[in-house]
Design a protein around this ligand. Structure first.
Ligand code: SF4
Length: 92
C-alpha cells in the first residue's frame, strides 16, 4: 500500500487525486491539519474519484452535469506561490 512520503509537505492541491485515473487517492480537504483517514470509511463513502468527476475530467468530460471548474483553484495556487516566495526570501 502506498504512503505519502512527506505528508507535512503536502499543499492540499488535489493534483494527485485529480490525475489518478484509478481513483486510488484521497486528499482530505483540511490544508492546515493532517486528518486521520480510515481506508474502509473512505471506500464506503464514495469520495474516491469525486474530485476528478466533479471537475469533469476523463470519462466525465462529456457529461454536462460535471463541468470543469478547476480554474477556481487559481487563487489557491497563487497564494501558495506567494507563500513559497516569501518563505524563500525569509519573510514567512
Ligand atoms: S495534494 Fe498536491 S501536494 Fe499533496 S500529495 Fe497530492 S499532489 Fe502532492
Amino acid at each position: 500500500m502506498p504512503h505519502i512520503a512527506r505528508q507535512e509537505d503536502c499543499q492540499t492541491c488535489f493534483m494527485c487525486e485529480l490525475y489518478c485515473r484509478e481513483d486510488a487517492i484521497y486528499v482530505a480537504p483540511d490544508c492546515e491539519n493532517a486528518t486521520p483517514v480510515d481506508k474502509d470509511e473512505i471506500l464506503a463513502s464514495g469520495l474516491l474519484g469525486e474530485f476528478r468527476r466533479n471537475h469533469g475530467w476523463d470519462e466525465w468530460a462529456h457529461d454536462p452535469r460535471y463541468t470543469n471548474e478547476h480554474w477556481r483553484m487559481e487563487s489557491v495556487f497563487l497564494r501558495a506561490r506567494d507563500m513559497a516566495i516569501a518563505e524563500a526570501a525569509g519573510n514567512a
